[in-house]
Design a protein around this ligand. Structure first.
Ligand SMILES: Cc1cc2nc3c(=O)[nH]c(=O)nc-3n(C[C@H](O)[C@H](O)[C@H](O)COP(=O)(O)O)c2cc1C
Length: 344
């Protein structure tokens, strides 16, 4: 791959992503405020939390809330989970009417309840059913359909290549391979050889995912797997700047410096947007984990995190965050020591 081409656009069917680093869908995390921030800070594409096709066709209010998106997010990728082709097709039609740009099918979720219903990672054990689901969604949707899968069900059945081929033949426009089996959960295993094998077997774009937690890791996966793009999940929690850092590395540039001021601003904007989107009570609850992630590795971060978990109003949280960052700035200015990455 030519060096100057590494931060290039990626075409997925009729949609062009502006770069090669995308944000992972994460239930309970990748809501509208998180996605907006990730997109703004350099992710070439973001994806919604998974949405149940069954609930969507029943018009569940909670599912409708998960479907909210903003124009600034485009291209909007919305993820469906379900195991019944007809229901998935009906849900896909609803998503098209809703204006999404891509539909992603979840074949990786390890959660027992999801798997028991024949959805998520269960589809890895049923390649024919997986292909039937993809074919039904492709027939129903006049826009690109992608699939996010695992390396396999477990170490004895690493069939991502076969499932990915079946998905491609059924009309998928791209696949993302999480380099772990369902049995691996979210552990340290990184089966990049499987991602590479899928890439070698397909003609559609392949996105590598799993354990990409730094620009070096992203470069390694892109080189080792020859994949078209990488997807970052947990490493973006509290660190949405990772997308820009990886994109800088792809261009051979130094990562952007994330100042205390930038952290403070991102955190407070994330909080304010969460209040707009979810209402104050839910926003403050949802933001507790984000606050902990943002403050990870900051001086005295653990103490402040604990205090923040007890606050119930957004104004109190914002004031406490502002006070904390003021204190950090003073410490930095007077001691000359960085307040970031001091360890905890
Ligand atoms: C809290 C959490 C929620 C997740 N929710 C989803 C989901 O809704 N859909 C999905 O396809 N993957 C989901 N995943 C998996 C991630 O998209 C990603 O594949 C996985 O975390 C591996 O990437 P990472 O090692 O960069 O975190 C979730 C992961 C986490 C940690």
């Amino acid at each position: 791959m030519p060096r100057d081409n590494l931060d290039s656009p990626v075409r997925i069917g009729s949609v062009t992503l502006p770069g090669r680093v995308v944000a992972a869908p994460m239930a309970g995390v990748s809501d509208l405020p998180f996605r907006e921030l990730a997109r703004e800070l350099g992710a070439a594409m973001v994806c919604t939390e998974m949405v149940s096709a069954e609930a969507l066709v029943r018009r569940s209010g909670r599912t409708r809330a998960l479907m909210r998106y903003a124009e600034g997010e485009r291209p909007v990728s919305m993820q469906l989970f379900g195991g019944r082709p007809a229901v998935m097709a009906e849900a896909a039609r609803v998503l098209c009417d809703h204006g999404v740009d891509l539909i992603d099918i979840n074949m990786g979720c390890p959660v027992r309840k999801v798997v028991k219903s024949g959805a998520g990672a269960a589809l890895m054990r049923e390649p024919t059913q997986a292909a039937a689901v993809v074919a039904a969604v492709v027939a129903a949707a006049d826009r690109p359909v992608t699939v996010k899968m695992r390396a396999g069900w477990d170490a004895t059945s690493m069939n991502a290549v076969a499932v990915a081929r079946a998905c491609e033949q059924a009309g998928a426009a791209a696949v993302c391979v999480h380099a772990r089996t369902r049995g691996d959960g979210f552990g340290p295993q990184r089966r990049y050889d499987v991602v590479a094998a899928v890439k070698a077997a397909l003609t559609i774009p392949v996105i590598g995912n799993g354990g990409i937690d730094s620009p070096a890791a992203a470069m390694h996966v892109l080189a080792e797997c020859a994949c078209d793009a990488v997807m970052v999940g947990r490493a973006a929690l509290g660190n949405p700047w990772i997308f820009a850092a990886i994109r800088a590395a792809l261009r051979g540039a130094a990562p952007p410096v994330v100042t205390l001021g930038a952290r403070r601003q991102a955190l407070l904007r994330h909080l304010a947007r969460a209040v707009e989107v979810h209402g104050e009570q839910l926003a403050v609850r949802r933001m507790r984990k984000h606050l902990a992630w943002y403050l990870h590795g900051l001086r005295d971060g653990h103490r402040v995190k604990e205090a923040l978990q007890r606050l119930d109003s957004a104004a109190e949280v914002a004031a406490a965050v502002a006070r904390y960052f003021d204190r950090l700035a003073t410490v930095e200015a007077t001691s000359g020591c960085a307040a970031v990455e001091v360890g905890e």
